[in-house]
Design a protein around this ligand. Structure first.
Ligand SMILES: Nc1nc2c(c(=O)[nH]1)N=C([C@H](O)[C@@H](O)CO)CN2
Length: 123
């Protein structure tokens, strides 16, 4: 299994459970690891044969920028669904980081893994 990744993709959105949070936009940082097989693209050297990380980023900037969830959990789940369905990604690990949301902590948020790499286990 190979991984194409995006790190620290920062998107402004409405997110939070408190009334004051519904009136402002906050920056959420996304780390995304997407399972893929890069061998065809490496052989052809063509963008048509790979998972275009720029296309993924553009889609997430559009979606997240227009969303207004309360919980980072909901945002994470919706983003994972979009990436898996629209970009044919069988497995991903996604970190949704609401940096600075808790006094005394730098980073808070969720990490989720969804799907299956399709690889056989060791047994
Ligand atoms: N598990 C979660 N806990 C909390 C969330 C959340 O989205 N998931 N959100 C908040 C507030 O919106 C916080 O980020 C603002 O201080 C608190 N706990």
């Amino acid at each position: 299994m190979d991984i194409i990744f995006l790190r620290d993709l920062r998107i402004e959105t409405v997110i939070g459970i408190f009334e004051w949070e519904r009136r402002i936009r906050q920056t959420i940082s996304f780390d995304l690891e997407m399972a893929t097989d890069i061998r065809r693209a490496a052989a052809s050297d063509s963008i048509e044969d790979t998972l275009n990380y720029k296309a993924v980023a553009k889609r997430l900037i559009d979606y997240v920028g227009n969303s207004d969830f309360q919980l980072v959990e909901t945002l994470a789940e919706r983003v994972a669904e979009i990436v898996m369905k629209e970009f044919d990604v069988p497995w991903l690990r996604l970190t949704v980081n609401k940096t600075g949301a808790v006094r005394g902590a730098r980073d808070v948020g969720v990490i989720i893994e969804r799907g299956d790499t399709g690889e056989k286990g060791n047994g």
